[in-house]
Design a protein around this ligand. Structure first.
Ligand code: ADP
Ligand code: MG
Length: 454
């Protein structure tokens, strides 16, 4: 019921109180200085501004009279609870939270992000298959949670929305919840702030969340607030025990989610973690083709151009699509007969420079480190614990971490599949050496210089 409907009801009540001629004019003035805030679970919350009003309303006979008139106008018995006007404001956010939560529970999905529109390739087919198959599982889920991790722009959000779109269509009876973890955190924090006379809002939010059959959380790495982790943890466990399917995305392997407590991470590890990588050449091309599908007439693009884009921009599908959009946009301005390689190179010149020359990759770091130490890849990837080799590895790990913010797990893959814990100790060792060993520090600086000259 809206606030203005309460106003109407309250006016009726006050009119009747006045007509009863029971109170003096003065007393009546005090009584009229009140509002009916809301009626919930047969409790009518009436707010007052002054202590005089409170005293009057608390008198047995006043209270009885108002209770009986209000019950009649409202249509069923109510009891009265008095609240101070300024406390009423504390009650307000709860409605907002309720609205926000309801809004969030009614998740909408981007219609473009479907399984049909997702191009499968080697780099993403496992993630694709896991997401699709969980949509058709009933009862106990084989892998719970499914955790998809990988760099930005590689289709994680797309896949979560694809699950949502698919279920909406094929299994409309399912309750599906989707949120960015950041949004979830703000809901939880709001809920925590508004503990009030209505009881615990957090409990309400929790009970709404656990009612879902599918629980899709995007970018879990942003769930860094401790208090919200606590709530998430209980919701998570409850969902699992109720047999809901959980799908989570992250920009890092679960073991590297430093901001999250280990008990949560170990739960994530209980399911299936799948890496989503950058698309190979053919997949990138297929993504581009999908994008122009149906518009071939309007934008004629030479095959060679698609090859060019697929080669240069496949680190991030967002950039890949962006480069194509840019070409199409410029073509509408210049109207060339066909978008050929010259046109493409001219339009995308600036972007390519950034992509080709400035972009540092882990491979380039490896190359520079081995060149500096006069080693081969085999040496650095191998098992020998010779000091020079160990130092070269430390430099490599340190720079990959510092310059590229690479996950320990992916650095480990570059170093002969070393375990992420080995890499993390290597990084710590490098930090120590930089402080205590001038030669090591210089080596780091030299390699970095080599990389900058590249
Ligand atoms: P992430 O969440 O991993 O950062 P997104 O899911 O937001 O990435 O993807 C970025 C853009 O690239 C989106 O427009 C998405 O539709 C598109 N995209 C990514 N991978 C694919 C794919 N395999 N097929 C089609 N489109 C893709
Ligand atoms: Mg995303």
């Amino acid at each position: 019921m809206s606030l203005s409907s309460y106003e109407v009801i309250w006016k009726q009540v006050l009119d009747q109180v006045e007509q009863s001629n029971f109170f003096t004019e003065d007393t009546l003035r005090w009584i009229k200085n009140t509002t009916l805030f809301k009626i919930e679970n047969s409790i009518a919350y009436i707010s007052y501004r002054s202590m005089v009003t409170k005293t009057i309303l608390n008198k047995e006979e006043t209270k009885n009279m108002i209770t009986s008139i209000l019950s009649e106008v409202w249509g069923s018995d109510v009891t009265i609870q008095l609240i101070q006007y300024k406390d009423m404001e504390k009650l307000m956010p709860e409605e907002e939270i309720q609205q926000r939560t309801n809004q969030l529970l009614k998740c909408t999905f981007n219609e473009e992000y479907t399984f049909e529109n997702f191009v499968e390739g080697k780099s993403n087919q496992e993630a694709y298959a896991a997401c699709l198959s969980c949509c058709n599982q009933r009862g106990t889920h084989m892998f719970n949670p499914i955790m998809i991790y990988g760099n930005s722009g590689l289709g994680k959000t797309h896949l979560l929305h694809a699950i949502g779109n698919y279920l909406k269509e094929e299994r409309p009876e399912c309750n599906v919840f989707y949120a960015y973890s950041g949004d979830l955190v703000s809901i939880l924090i709001d809920a925590m702030k508004s503990k009030n006379v209505h009881g615990n809002t957090v409990d309400k939010v929790k009970s709404l969340l656990v009612q879902n059959d599918y629980f899709l959380i995007d970018d879990i790495q942003n769930l860094t607030r401790e208090s919200s982790q606590e709530i998430f943890f209980t919701v998570y466990n409850e969902l699992i025990s109720r047999g809901a399917q959980i799908v989570i995305t992250s920009d890092m392997h679960p073991n590297e989610l430093n901001g999250l407590p280990t008990r949560l991470v170990s739960r994530f590890n209980a399911g299936l973690s799948i890496n989503i990588g950058k698309p190979e050449f053919e997949t990138s091309k297929a993504i581009l083709k999908k994008k122009i599908e149906g518009n071939e007439e309007a934008c004629q693009i030479e095959e060679e151009v698609l090859d060019y884009l697929a080669q240069k921009f496949s680190n991030d599908v967002r950039n890949l699509e962006g480069s194509l959009n840019r070409l199409i946009f410029n073509a509408t301005l210049e109207n060339p007969d066909v978008i050929d390689i010259n046109f493409a190179q001219r339009i995308l010149m600036n972007e390519v420079i950034v992509n080709e020359n400035d972009e540092l990759t882990i491979k380039k770091i490896k190359k520079a480190v081995t060149r500096f130490y006069g080693l081969t890849y085999k040496d650095i990837e191998g098992k020998s614990r010779q000091k020079k080799l160990m130092n070269a590895r430390h430099v490599f790990v340190y720079l990959s971490r510092e310059l590229l913010h690479k996950a320990y797990i992916s650095i480990g893959q570059e170093l002969g599949n070393r375990d992420h814990t080995t890499i993390s100790s290597s990084y710590e060792r490098a930090c120590q050496l930089i402080k205590n060993d001038v030669n090591f520090k210089m080596a780091v600086e030299k390699v970095q210089e080599m990389l900058e000259k590249k």
